[in-house]
Design a protein around this ligand. Sequence first.
Ligand code: DGP
Length: 140
Amino acid sequence: MTSDIFCQIIAGELATTEVWRDDLVVAFLDHRPVFKGHVLVCPTRHVETLLDLPDELVVPLFSAARSIAAAMGPALGAEGTFVAINNVVSQSVPHLHVHVVPRSKGDGLRGFFWPRTRYADGEEADHAARIREALTRPGQ
Ligand code: DGP
């Protein structure tokens, strides 16, 4: 039983343009690319977000993302890449996918969804402390 559009792509029920497939990972072109050559890298198993990714899939998924990022230069002349995952918020397909977007200087992506803020006095230490504390008791 397929449960989302990427499961359907992985099952071969929906056409896409694949660039990589093995038993654990599939990578295909985003049909609405930020730049041409924008790839989505997914676990073949239905995994909804990064937090759901089992340990045994961490290396296969991110190795594939790294290889695809490395291919963007020789394949497309990209000078770099933007690699990103939307988790829940702004995630339009509930199947984990790593975006690998080819980048070049002056490509116009400057400022793309990255509004920056500043810490008030004490806030930086407080945020770091809260994250450190959560890391020492994962899952809570
Ligand atoms: P996100 O917003 O992070 O969940 O990104 C989902 C991406 O998936 C978005 O950039 C468009 C892409 N996408 C959605 N449906 C399809 C599809 O049917 N085929 C392909 N190739 N890409 C899709």
